[in-house]
Ligand binder design. Sequence first.
Ligand code: CP3
Length: 341
Amino acid sequence: MPALTDAPFLRAARGEEVPHTPVWFMRQAGRSLPEYLKVREGVSMLDSCMRPDLVTEITLQPVRRYGVDAAIFFSDIVLPLKAIGVDLDIVAGIGPVVDKPVRTLADVAAIPDLTPEHVPFITEAVRSLVGELGATPLIGFAGAPFTVASYLVEGGPSKEHARTKALMFGAPDVWDALMRKIAGISAAYLQVQVAAGASAVQLFDSWAGAVTRADYERSVLPYSASVLSAITSVPRIHFGVGTGEILDLMGQAGAEVVGVDWRVPLAEGVRRVQGRVVQGNLDPTLVFAPTEVMLARADEVLAAGRAAPGHIFNLGHGVIPSTDPDQLKRLTDHVHEASAR
Ligand code: CP3
């Protein structure tokens, strides 16, 4: 039986030699899988996240189907907010919607801190999964303060993040209180997952690419760094979308691994994060191209990844729901075969 600590995903995250380049996919569980749609029938997204039996099954589905090198815990970045009593829902086809947006110091003060007692179902689901997964690592995750703040301040998904950035520009005291509050919640939520057996964590700052370098450095990075610094026992991955201009700064926030979106050529991403392990970054729409085109592009990503101290193959953002799972299976097998040492 191979040891979990020697799993290729964890070896790559630590910058060690690997038998093949490890691969997993952001949003590998979920709507692209018929077996997911089946078990989710009649159960709301948030309810499913609070049921350890469903979380275990849904998390394992892509591992069984693709043979990927890691599982990602099935949950959502707003789940910890729901667990501490923030009135929100995940609306199908829209995303997280918050009943009463957070815009004042009093609004922030009304949000409790997260303790393990708020999320016993997370501890139970992680333990159950770690037992089932054996030598396959489980990645825990949380939302980074900026991205979670955007949902809280806007009250729902946003393209411009205008109210969020207006708060950041115009009310630095409220911004600081809110970002500290979320940083504490995300750190505590990651600690629960690691204590229950998660082998690595990913901090999702999906919308951090919306701010300038200067604003990122001053008003976003310190809070993400504080979340990352709360986790010291397992490898950390730090990811965002549209982050080309801030990739070097993201690399300084403390994570061992930096996720690169597909807009930045991976060779350039490797240069920008200077000495860090990289994760990424095949354009998620390439699965809709002919298989040989997708695989040729995957070869380019693999070649660029060799310049980094370690490379974890992934898409440049999540699996698109209309993706054909058979393409992801071919991609997984190809990454394993083409990168075998
Ligand atoms: O397989 C995995 O990656 C694990 C599951 C996962 C979900 N959300 C499940 C989910 C993860 C890692 C997330 C994180 C998340 N949630 C992020 C960061 C990652 C990213 O994509 O950038 C963000 C920004 C969110 C907020 C959110 N939740 C969005 C934008 C949506 C999609 C809205 C839609 O319907 O298109 C959700 C809902 C959500 N989270 C779904 C899933 C499977 C779809 C809801 C459903 O299946 O009913």
